[in-house]
Design a protein around this ligand. Structure first.
Ligand code: OX2
Length: 839
């Protein structure tokens, strides 16, 4: 780079310095300024959107100051940097979070009030960047927050999707997808970097040649090239001055490309190719499972990985003459297998572009990457047909074959009499269609592999990566997921934040173990009252939102029993429904013994092609319709579906929950993170021994958790012994009546076929063992209902949940990654110590 030799002069006048001051006065002045000079509006005609933009620019200026100082500090220190490679970042709205991390919420509110503006109204204007599907993308966003908060030099690399996760509309009880338009009104948080672009190539063929030293080399002659352009978003730490970088890549057609094609006289061909190039970052695939054989998806993956690695190489070469030491400068985390093509791409860069020999390149590559596994579901393990792979990335396929050949040789030496094991471990799955196994590529090409909750990490070792664990036991780790208490307590639940701060002081938001200060107050009557008032207010806010969004009226006194997450059969929203229908049935029969009034809240998106998940959404609405309008029932039960569950809605939902539904079939949910957000906000969990539920239950105390259901071992045994759901149906009267009600047409205006695919699946296969778990679930629900009728007892349990979930802060998780995997140290940034390069 062309580092400036001289520093900009320091601005001396006090006027200049208030440009980024934090007082209500400075914020006001900056806001008015931004309205005029950035948004180009004057007061009288400013729309709510203008107010939001001016506020965002005001906040951004204060972030940029920290960001630039951070970049300078890291660069000077030549600091080891974490690169988080993720196809998804579910960031959620930025303004509120940035105000918190800058510590200026009160000043901003004051400043806004002085100008006659309601800060909340401004916050509500922001469309959220929904660049992720669910837990995996939200985890990446929490980790960015914690990395900055812990002063760790880190870059998040990903894709700037023009359209994020679809907007969910509900029409006649069915999910309808609408295009997400988060960028249409402009995005004040990103800085486009038109000059920071890298070529990315696809297709063509490879050819051997001899280089000037007489060495054998391979050249890739691609068919197509395009460019990735950087868009940078600053990520503030909380309670420090560190501000890290999220760099998202946008695809554009290259100029060389234009010239070639246009000059050949094929104008329309060139135009088409240009459009094709730009399609790569058009839209997020809305499935939390891999898209089988979708060429564009593989292109997205390679596109962002290639840009990111080229960017890392550029930075490395600013400090070093060649790629030696690359793995010492960077630790690159692969967030699931989506970026695992990085293993082959770094090899290619080392071998083909930097003339390194194979052994050296492989050593550097294997010491650069670490891989996080997020799922054991066989249908979610990514593989790509060799044919497609070779057509798009011929050179990478060659490299993968070579990695595999060497790896298999090693295995044959190690296991000479076990060819089946060697075949199981191969990077290539043999069969009618040969496929590249991305999890194997990631495992072989990484120095560490981790699962996302204790039970999940054990299952990774004993199931999907068992052979690899036997070969390299020391490579395997567990890092239980975490969530950021800044967004999921401080921002979402200001009343709870106030309670904690009064007791524990403000330090808890950086050290969540301080939440334990609440514990001795769990039985204190006055404290309990304040706690109940906090919960009550949150429930009233949610009730108002529900009314606005759906027209449904719910009673904040009732037990708020909530399940929000992607809709999936393994998550078993329909088990929840079976219980609801059972309660309904009992009331109608007059056999009810649980008089606790309940409001059941659902929310979540279904993958657009996932028929069963969409049918579950329809069933939720259908059951809601019957229950909510039946006067015999609706004083006791209400069912609502909050449309378009996203980060913004979630912030309003978690604080309002009394009971959190975490009811996946044991062994299926890798971790879950919603479970943590609920518990931190004082909800009790009804759940199975799955994912992080296990550790949450141990942390909060078994007596403060409603456990039910088969364990992983019992699930395995049940299936192995030939599970016959029909027998549960036959022998359990209430269960039979509930399923018969679903088949009767009661919930489908007389159409007995509407929900048939669901009931048939339950009776014939029931792969997720709903019927086997039903009796235990209903029994645990009865315990929860009883417990809720003792307000003091319930409140005590609620307080203990919040007090004991500090472990599930993403700060703890990131500390573990830093120590056990990345070997990186904090590099604190001081704004105050700056000598004037920032105005
Ligand atoms: C999700 C997992 O399903 C969830 O259990 C976990 O909490 C989350 O990742 C974060 O680790 N796609 N999404 C996930 O896995 C995959 C694959």
């Amino acid at each position: 780079g062309t580092a400036r030799k001289e520093r900009a002069p320091m601005h001396g006048s006090s006027d200049e310095r208030t440009r980024t001051g934090m007082s209500p006065e400075s914020l006001k002045r900056a806001f008015v300024d931004s309205m005029f000079y950035v948004q180009a509006r004057y007061w009288e005609v400013a729309t709510p959107h203008d107010l939001y933009m001016a506020a965002a620019y005001t906040v951004r200026d204060r972030m940029l100051e920290r960001w630039i100082r951070t970049a300078e500090t890291y660069r000077k220190a030549d600091a080891r940097t974490v690169c988080y490679l993720s196809a998804e970042y579910l960031l959620g709205p930025q303004l509120g979070n940035n105000l918190i991390n800058l510590g200026i919420v009160d000043s901003a509110r004051q400043g806004a009030r002085d100008l006659g503006i309601d800060l909340q109204e401004i916050l509500d204007q922001e469309p959220e960047p929904g660049l992720g599907n669910g837990g995996l993308g939200r985890l990446a966003a929490c980790y960015l927050d914690s990395l900055a908060t812990l002063s760790i030099p880190a870059i998040g690399y990903g894709i700037r999707y023009e359209h994020g996760i679809f907007d969910q509309k509900i029409v006649d009880g069915w999910q309808v997808e609408d295009c997400d338009l988060w960028l249409t009104n402009g995005n004040p948080w990103e800085i486009p970097r038109p000059l920071l672009r890298y070529p990315v190539r696809f297709g063509g063929h490879t050819e051997p040649y001899t280089d000037e030293h007489g060495r054998f080399r391979v050249r890739w002659v691609p068919e197509l090239d395009l460019y990735g352009m950087a868009y940078d978003t600053p990520v503030l730490g909380f309670g420090n001055d560190n501000t890290n970088l999220l760099r998202l890549w946008h695809a554009t057609a290259g100029r060389s490309f234009d010239l070639q094609a246009f000059h050949k006289g094929d104008y329309y061909g060139a135009v088409n190719a240009k459009v094709g190039a730009e399609n790569i970052t058009k839209v997020l695939y809305p499935n939390d499972e891999p898209e089988v054989g979708k060429e564009l998806r593989l292109k997205q993956q390679y596109f962002f990985v290639s840009c990111s690695l080229q960017d890392m190489v550029r930075v490395h070469l600013q400090h070093a003459p060649n790629l030696e030491g690359f793995h010492e400068r960077f630790a690159a985390q692969l967030n699931d297998t989506h970026p695992s093509i990085a293993v082959a791409e770094l090899m290619r860069l080392c071998l083909d572009e930097h003339g390194m020999d194979w052994e050296r390149a492989w050593e550097i590559t294997r010491r650069t990457f670490a891989y996080t596994n997020h799922t054991l579901l066989p249908e979610a393990l990514e593989t790509w047909p060799v044919e497609l792979f070779g057509r798009l990335l011929p050179r990478h396929l060659e490299i993968i074959y070579e990695i595999n050949a060497r790896f298999l040789d090693e295995l044959r030496m190690r296991y000479p009499f076990d060819p089946e094991r060697v075949a199981r471990m191969s990077l290539i799955e043999e069969g009618p269609v040969r496929r590249v196994r991305m999890a194997h590529l990631a495992t072989v090409g990484s120095f560490a592999v981790n699962g996302v909750a204790a039970i999940h990490s054990e299952l990774v070792k004993s199931t999907v990566l068992r052979d690899f664990h036997e070969l390299w036991p020391e490579k395997f780790h567990n890092i239980t997921n975490g969530v950021t208490p800044r967004r999921f307590i401080q921002l979402s639940n200001p009343d709870l934040c106030g309670i904690i701060t009064d007791l524990a002081g403000p330090g808890w938001a950086r050290d969540a173990e301080n939440l334990r200060t609440l514990e001795p107050h769990a039985d204190d009557a006055a404290f309990q009252q304040r706690w109940q008032a906090m919960k009550r207010a949150a429930k009233e806010r949610l009730a108002a939102r529900i009314r606005e969004a759906t027209g449904a009226v719910v009673d904040p006194q009732s037990l708020f029993d909530i399940q929000v997450k992607r809709i999936h059969e393994y998550k078993r929203q329909h088990l929840n429904l079976l219980h609801i229908v059972a309660l309904y049935h009992r009331i109608k029969q007059g056999t009810d013994s649980d008089p606790t009034p309940r409001t059941f809240v659902f929310g979540g998106k279904a993958a657009p092609g996932y028929f069963m998940a969409k049918l579950i959404i329809k069933l939720i609405h259908s059951v809601a319709e019957v229950i909510n309008r039946d006067p015999e029932v609706n004083q006791r039960l209400r069912v609502v579906f909050v449309p378009n569950f996203n980060v913004k809605n979630a912030e309003c939902i978690y604080p309002a929950a009394d009971l959190s539904e975490q009811i996946s079939t044991a062994g299926k949910e890798a971790s879950g993170t919603g479970n943590m957000k609920f518990s931190m906000n004082g909800a009790l969990t009804i759940g199975t021994l799955d994912g992080a539920n296990v550790e949450i239950r141990d942390a909060v105390g078994h007596e403060n958790f409603f456990l039910f259901g088969l364990t992983v071992a019992e699930v395995e045994r049940t299936l192995a012994e030939g599970y016959r759901p029909w027998e549960y149906y036959r022998s359990h009267d209430e269960l039979r009546e509930v399923i018969d009600l679903l088949r009767s047409g009661l919930f489908s205006h007389g159409d007995p076929d509407l929900f048939r695919p669901l009931t048939d699946s339950l009776l014939q296969h029931d792969p997720y063992l709903l019927l086997a778990d039903y009796p235990a679930y209903v029994e645990a629900q009865a315990r929860a209902g009883d417990a809720f009728r003792d307000p003091a007892g319930w409140t005590r349990m609620s307080i203990l949940n919040a007090a004991r979930t500090g472990f599930f802060s993403s700060d703890r998780a990131i500390r573990e990654y830093c120590r056990n995997i990345w070997q990186v140290e904090p590099m604190p940034v001081s704004l105050a110590a700056g000598n004037g390069s920032v105005p």
